[in-house]
Design a protein around this ligand. Structure first.
Ligand code: BGC
Length: 768
């Protein structure tokens, strides 16, 4: 190396060391910029940065949410909130569904005011719920998280999040409120479908993949956005099953099941976290210093921005009754650890916080901590240099390549739950009656958070995509359609359905070979999706029974956000295909599977319950399900799910052989190698998800019957064999003990893979 090169290398190393400070990925330059800004800011400017309002607040007209054109940004209102109240963040949408150009104009107007009309020129941080696609005309709508989980393919999750990031940035928005890492543990809860299923490990793997896709390791990149993990923590388990109602979760279980996905996604670099709107053990999470500061910041080391959920500081007064006034509520939430309040309608929060600081109830140093994090995020996003992106630089927006990825994601997630006598796939010339309220609805294929909050305008905005019946007609000339039951247009009760004419469908069935019965749910999210009964609706059951009575083979297609109870008629249908919420390409993907163009490979990411009283996940305790109890009669409490977690059929068959462990005894310092041979024993190529479970046979806190520790999705040609290898260590064998700390205990363990099991011994006990 010549002297010049040595000098260059030396300079590079010196600059790198200089740029990166001890506190992780923040650079000294960024820190300096934050401190310089902070030093110039008034208290009012600081508190404004902690305030987030909805776009409705700065919209023209009285009814900005009615989706009727024309919608317009009210420049005067924008100036008021930014110049007079120093508001630092705006969220959401209002008015009509915008094109990227229209979004560009909105974001540019807001940023121009923030940059040109304020002393410190701090850009606004705009956030939106692009959870399976951007809220914009022509955007790509991917399958929702519950479907993506059913694909068991983290690479698809990463790639789809990458596309969502790109299309969100095409609209000038740098922050999405996703991924959702609530444990989908209770199908009564209306947001189960927004998360990656019931298992903490699956949720962790998919959450990490999603953060990587959104953020791409550099959120200032024009194609990436900041992610937001939500809703920290325990939101998915309200005791009543209704949204935003209290949860009772002992700390042991909170740490065992609910915390790991957040821990993994924080480690993956997620820039922000949104707080659970509910309360746990009587403590609203927005007021819990233990959960927000001690655990999230202290134990998990989270350095990013903690944002409240909608109106939730007010809700400490109005919903939870733990504060008498808004001011007291603001104090509780800030001292607990929130950085930004999604107020979202008025600026009373800022007024209250300014007073609290002046009265000495909250220190200015505490305010500085939050403002530092918010400024840091704005800097990392590159907003000071590029406060908005230009839609013209995003030529791939809504293009075929993106829709193809959405279709492949739907292919890999759709789950074949029953296929009596291999009735599927069907031949293209088979005569089919398609019926049911989900047969001709883009809205139900997509679910909530599609173009709008409740997704109620999806039929209009996704009209150029195929519903189920349109997709089948595109592939075959032998399709008849009679709706039978429909979701009434414009009914604000999204659970409502009504009979159209079941007899007409019965008559039509006389002339066909098969009935494709499309049942499930309309779109919904949050409180509007609360249910009184998990059983499929009476009208849909009536249609199902009428179709079964025709004696024509019925193929049941489920398009639902949560598993609705179907046990009263499931044994009378010949095939069951679970679509979940497959997005805009869901109809086409289903048609490809029905006709055998694609071999299904999705597996259930939750336990499909058979009865409404049997809502427990696969990792329940042994005593939750007992086949018999000696000494008692009539005491059979065995719980038989309709379909088990991880279940899903293929048009081919797989054989598992030679489950082998590298050792029969290991210590907590060792790793255990597990291998299994899998062969495609059928006639066609297919994908299989290999799951590895462990069972702790005896533990000081009753163990789960089994826990998923690893999985891998493989592709095998007909006749092909492969060996899948996994490595297990002490972390995979540990649990949260009585003292709320992780421990791994000596004794016998069982490894299960496919239909095979092997045992091994752990020689020592260790606190982790
Ligand atoms: C939801 C969040 C969402 C927020 C902003 C809330 O009502 O609970 O999931 O991110 O609204 O739209």
């Amino acid at each position: 190396m010549n002297k010049l090169k040595i000098a260059a290398v030396f300079l590079f190393v010196a600059i790198s060391i200089g740029l990166y400070s001890a506190n992780g990925n923040k650079t000294n330059i960024e820190n300096e910029k934050v401190e310089k800004l902070l030093a110039q800011m008034t208290l009012e400017e600081k508190v404004g940065q902690m305030t987030q309002v909805t776009l409705e607040v700065v919209s023209k007209g009285d009814s900005p949410f009615n989706m009727k054109k024309p919608w317009a940004l009210d420049q005067e209102k924008v100036k008021d909130i930014i110049i007079n109240h120093h508001v630092g963040s705006v969220l959401n949408t209002a008015g009509e569904v915008r094109t990227p150009k229209e979004w560009y104009e909105v974001i540019k107007s807001i940023q121009d005011i923030a940059i040109n009309n304020t002393r410190l020129k701090i850009p606004v941080l705009y956030g939106i719920d692009a959870i399976h696609g951007m809220y914009s005309a022509g955007a790509t709508m991917f399958p929702q998280e519950i479907s993506m989980a059913a694909s068991w393919n983290p690479e698809l999750v990463r790639k789809s999040s990458e596309v969502i990031a790109y299309e969100t940035k095409a609209c000038g928005i740098p922050w999405t409120f996703n991924p959702t890492l609530d444990l989908g543990i209770d199908p009564r809860w209306p947001r189960m479908w927004e998360a990656y299923g019931e298992d903490p490990y699956l949720q962790s793997v998919m959450g990490v993949a999603s953060v990587k896709g959104y953020e791409g390791g550099d959120v200032s990149h024009p194609n990436h956005v900041a992610s937001c993990l939500k809703h920290y923590i325990g939101y998915g388990a309200p005791k009543s099953g209704k949204d935003r109602t209290p949860a009772w979760i002992p700390e042991t279980f909170l740490r065992e099941y609910f915390l790991p996905p957040f821990e993994a996604a924080v480690k993956a670099g997620a820039k922000s976290v949104m707080v659970n709107s509910g309360e746990i053990n009587g403590m609203p999470v927005h007021a819990s210093k233990k959960l927000l500061t001690d655990i999230l910041r202290g134990e998990l080391g989270f350095e990013g921005v903690i944002v409240t959920d909608w109106f939730d500081i007010n809700n400490l007064v109005e919903r939870h009754h733990i504060a008498a006034t808004q001011k007291e509520a603001a104090k509780l939430a800030i001292l607990a650890g929130i950085d930004m309040s999604m107020v979202p309608y008025d600026v009373e929060f800022t007024k209250n916080v300014i007073e609290l600081v002046k009265e000495g109830e909250i220190s200015e140093e505490r305010i500085n901590e939050s403002v530092r994090r918010i400024l840091q995020m704005k800097i990392e996003l590159g907003l000071f240099e590029n406060p908005y992106t230009d839609y013209k630089n995003y030529p791939e927006y809504g293009k075929e390549k993106h829709h193809q990825l959405a279709k492949v994601s739907a292919h890999e997630s759709i789950t074949l739950l029953k296929n009596e006598k291999d009735i599927l796939p069907l031949k293209k010339d088979a005569k089919i009656l398609v019926t049911g309220p989900n047969a001709n609805s883009m809205r139900s294929l997509n679910g909530g958070w599609t173009y709008t909050w409740q997704g109620e305008y999806t039929n209009k905005h996704a009209a150029n995509h195929n519903t189920i019946v349109e997709a089948l007609k595109a592939q075959s000339n032998s399709i008849l359609f009679e709706e039978g039951v429909r979701y009434p247009e414009g009914n604000p009760d999204y659970r409502a359905d009504e009979i159209v004419d079941i007899q007409k469908a019965v008559k039509a069935a006389k002339n066909v070979d098969y009935i494709v019965l499309c049942l499930g749910e309309n779109s919904y999210t949050e409180k509007p999706g609360d249910l009184d009964d998990l059983t499929l609706s009476a009208n849909q059951l009536a249609l199902a029974n009428a179709m079964i009575a025709t004696k024509k083979p019925v193929i049941l297609v489920l398009n639902e956000g949560r598993p609705r109870i179907i046990s009263s008629f499931e044994d009378k249908v010949k095939a069951v295909v679970q679509l979940y919420l497959p997005g805009n390409e869901g109809g086409n993907a289903f048609a490809d599977i029905l006709y055998g163009k694609v071999n299904p490979s999705g597996k259930l990411p939750y336990t499909y319950p058979r009865y409404v009283n049997d809502l427990i996940p696969y990792y329940h305790k042994f005593s939750a399900s007992t086949a018999h109890n000696d000494g008692n009669i009539n005491n059979n409490h065995e719980i038989k799910a309709q379909y088990a977690f991880g279940y899903g059929l293929s048009y081919t068959t797989f054989k598992y052989e030679d489950l082998a462990l590298s050792e029969t005894t290991i210590s907590t310092d060792d790793e255990l190698e597990v291998s299994i041979k899998v062969t495609n024993t059928g006639q066609r190529e297919g994908k299989e998800v290999v799951h590895l479970y462990t069972t702790d046979v005896v533990a000081s806190l009753s163990p789960s019957v089994k826990r998923l520790r690893k999985f891998e999705k493989i592709n095998l040609k007909a006749g092909e064999t492969t060996t899948v290898k996994f490595t297990i260590n002490k972390n995979d064998l540990s649990f949260i003990g009585h003292d709320n700390k992780p421990v791994v205990e000596a004794g016998e363990f069982i490894i299960s893979c496919g239909n095979l099991q092997q045992k091994f011994q752990l020689s020592d006990t260790k606190q982790l």
